[in-house]
Write a protein that binds this ligand. Structure first.
Ligand SMILES: CC(C)(COP(=O)(O)OP(=O)(O)OC[C@H]1O[C@@H](n2cnc3c(N)ncnc32)[C@H](O)[C@@H]1OP(=O)(O)O)[C@@H](O)C(=O)NCCC(=O)NCCS
Length: 231
């Protein structure tokens, strides 16, 4: 398994943006062009391009040979590649991606000040209590949120799988998931510190979730799709 990250701080110039948009599927391009804020468009664009770059570099394919399918809950996959699974997430300045030979889920959240009481609606009773008792309720809320989202993205159901139907537990120093009073076996989690003010987690069938992230620059990604000097 590998985990990748890109930090995105600046808006692309119009020409680069148009060129990169022409490197993704038409349907996704149409969706991205509807975003009101450039940050939302850029995050989703670079998440798509990051997966494409990884596939291009790993399998020596041309971008035109890559296409994504989505399941009924919107999880993208690359069905034409055997033993290749990926998942992406984006928030604030960061875009992250996990790849593995088995299904994987990843989530990054920028910590913000929210009404902590909403955790009653999304989290189990024990998690809600953990948040209320914590020294830093916002930190605890987003740590739990990213772990839980990494799980619902791992199973591919997204938020159609109720977040309060399972609980995150720490058993013998290992992050576990409990559903209907049963600890689910063979599901592994890892939390990453990527940046001040962010929470990030990966969920996997693979116990060997790497310690380190590979970081690409925006330029690394752009150069995969636009030959330097042609713009
Ligand atoms: C998946 C979901 C939890 C992501 O929430 P989020 O925190 O806003 O977004 P993240 O940045 O963590 O992840 C977004 C990425 O997750 C992936 N994704 C989308 N649906 C997914 C799913 N069901 N499972 C796993 N990953 C999914 C996509 O690659 C998406 O990238 P994009 O928005 O750039 O296309 C949420 O969007 C959801 O529940 N979607 C399902 C909605 C649904 O049931 N739709 C059915 C009709 S398609």
């Amino acid at each position: 398994m590998e985990v990748y990250a890109i930090k995105l701080l600046n808006k692309l110039d119009e020409l680069t943006s148009q060129n990169l948009l022409s490197s993704i599927d038409e349907k996704k391009r149409e969706r991205l062009l509807k975003f009101v804020f450039w940050q939302d468009m850029h995050r989703s664009l670079f998440a798509d391009l990051l997966v494409r770059k990884i596939i291009i570099d790993t399998f020596n394919l041309a971008n035109e040979e890559i296409y994504f399918s989505i399941n009924e809950f919107g999880k993208p996959s690359c069905e034409f590649l055997h033993d290749f699974h990926f998942n992406v997430s984006h928030s604030g300045d960061w875009i992250v991606c996990a790849i593995d030979k088995d299904p994987v889920g990843i989530d990054i959240e920028k910590i913000s000040t929210i009404d902590i009481d909403v955790s009653k609606n999304f989290f189990s009773e024990s998690e809600h209590n953990d948040i209320l008792l914590s020294n830093d309720p916002f930190d605890c809320f987003f740590a739990l949120w990213s772990l839980k989202e990494s799980y619902i993205k791992f199973i591919g159901k997204g938020l159609s799988h109720p977040l309060n139907s399972f609980s995150m537990k720490l058993l013998n120093n290992k992050i576990c998931i409990e559903s209907y009073n049963q600890v689910l076996e063979n599901i592994y989690f890892k939390q990453y510190f990527i940046d001040e003010g962010y929470k990030m987690a990966v969920c996997s069938l693979n116990p060997n979730i790497p310690e380190k992230l590979f970081t690409y620059t925006i330029k690394d990604v752009i150069n995969t799709f636009i030959v330097p000097g042609i713009l």
